[in-house]
Design a protein around this ligand. Sequence first.
Ligand code: ADP
Ligand code: ZN
Ligand code: ZN
Length: 727
Amino acid sequence: MEVPLAIDQVGRALDYTVADREVELNGCVEVTVGVRPYAALVTAVHGELTGEGDVGKLKPVRRVLSGALPTALVTLAQFVADYYQVPFGMAAGLITPADAAPAPDPTGWALTSGGRAHVAGIPPHHRAQRALAALFTPRTSYAINVAATDELSATQRRLLRDWHQAGWLVPVFAQPQPTLVLPQLPEFTPAQRDAADALRARATAFSVSLLHGVTGSGKTEVYLDLVASVLNAGKQVLLLVPEINLTPQLIDRVLKALPGVATAVLHSKLAAGERNRAWHRVHSGEARLIIGTRLAVFAPATNLGLIVIDEEHDGSYKQNESPRYHARDVAIVRAKQADIPVVLASATPSLETWRNVRYAAAQGARGDAYQYIALRERATAAAPSSLRLVPARGRRVKAGLSETLADGIAARLKRGEQSLVLVNRRGFAPALYCPHCGWSAPCKRCDAKMTLHQTTRSLRCHHCGAQSGVPSKCPACGHPELVGAGVGTQKLEAALIEAFPDARIARADTDSLSGKHAWRELYERILAREVDIVVGTQMLAKGHDFPALTLVGVVDADRALFSTDFRAQEDLFALLTQVAGRAGRHALPGEVMIQTEFPDHPVFHALLAGDYEGFAEQTLASREAIGLPPATRMALVRAESKDAQAVADFFTQAHAVLREALGDEGEVFAPQPAPLARKADFTRWSMTAVAVKVRPLAEALLTLRQAMQAAKPKVRWAVDVDPYDFG
Ligand code: ADP
Ligand code: ZN
Ligand code: ZN
């Protein structure tokens, strides 16, 4: 039997023996590589091997994790391997259940064909085995329910587990009769009705619908209407959301709108056991609705009828480690394979999607599958919040807080309403410096400054995690007082506490909310109006709905205007639109204040005019002009090593190979130091390539991988296709 593993760039399969185990092609098993257990996919099953030599050295499979996965899912993993340039074994890890996790808790067990053969062959003197076997009769279709296992002795239970691990038994999960879902949705506005009809009209085959609605337009209700109808047709539905811990409200809303639907939630914070349970519930068909983050795009549903991607523009759909897949793009491939619809919902679609959908007509037959649906008005009477640009500089600016914004907050406090102040950075930045000589604390292992964390009075590097104490005087000149500079959530929080000593202030960033339930708790407190002012990072912008929140202040929007990341303005537009949607969603009118030193910047003009379309067209035109995505396909090659020369040597060769392989089909740019050129003592460089067409780029990258694997460079390196993170 062979299983593929991510042991090298190109990937090859390893052989294992399966003596007295029943394995299926495309099934999942647990094997050991070295000493570590891995969940692995079976890609070939050979006949009986006899003889000495190599066969005798093969390790046995440890246990059988599942029967065959749907072929379509294996094909999807193959797509990920090919498109994202990773070994198949790595992509296969996306579709297998977790390794080393306890077996799930099924409602019953069924004998496989191997299991039946085993049961038939149990000799009369094996009492425990016979007693267990007696529970499986042809009358009950070789199945046993879990209630019956309550009667089993400890020995029999152990046998049950062994038989399961041998692949003779498969867990069975309750298959409730699909009950009719009666969606609890408000009466639709005419625009919502039209949008829902348009979605339903394209629901029986592959299609990609962009549901583009301004915040508050009620697009969630529109896609839930389609979700209910697909569930009622007996199919499973996959709903992808950006970050599960940050979107409790959306999940509550979905569950309330679709009462009684068996739902599985899948995200990376689940413990292995929980994840396996959800995995099996999805695989068996028990779970009808699957809600999850990007990894859920690989959920083993066998009867999928619809994929919905909420906030399709969100950056969290792209995985930032290998395999660096984009869940939206994988979802579209999956839907195409399964011939089912995909709905992409957003107030600020990604330019990738905008270009695909708006210019579908120009794409020939492929374009037929795309449709654009706009919801241009709010579904409720709530007036849209008013947007204002306020000067960042002026009198009494404290910790980045302008006087205008401070006055706005004071007015809310007086009226018992809530304010949200958004910053784009963690901690104090840049850290600590000496006002006398300008020294600032560097990280010893990175080209970065240490960041001051006030709660712990420590310096931390956000790039490598290094920590140290705060020096009492300047190490360079001996000046006795070091000061914190720049705006950060903590500094802003401190300034707000000083300005509004009686206000109840909370901070929401990845430092303060590292616990699993921390965000949920803060969210409940805000909802219960136990907080007056919330300071936090973009995680606050996501899909929340706080009735008493009437002011949103954004203090460092300007950073994105001059970023080297070509998507920074697109992200800023999305963030500010989303954050504007957070204020004044109910009876109380909302106000958004964006502090800026550049009020004439086109991004702000488009934002104030609520003109996403103008912004998208203009940005797209400039991307076309300079040949950046989505006008081209891009790939990034990264390499790092503690040996700087090894990195240089790698790129000398890689650049030449890729150039040669890509030829006239695209362009390979000169290797550059990464923005963070040294991280944890590793020297880091990268190189980008662009091409108009997908296939020549993919082929050139494969050539590169094969060539560089053969060259055995002494660096860690990887390819990132459609990169979003250039750090
Ligand atoms: P979207 O789903 O477009 O992001 P929001 O969540 O921003 O919309 O806001 C929609 C709000 O309006 C929600 O509170 C939702 O329950 C409500 N809503 C949606 N459709 C209707 C409707 N037809 N009538 C009344 N309220 C609605
Ligand atoms: Zn100094
Ligand atoms: Zn560091």
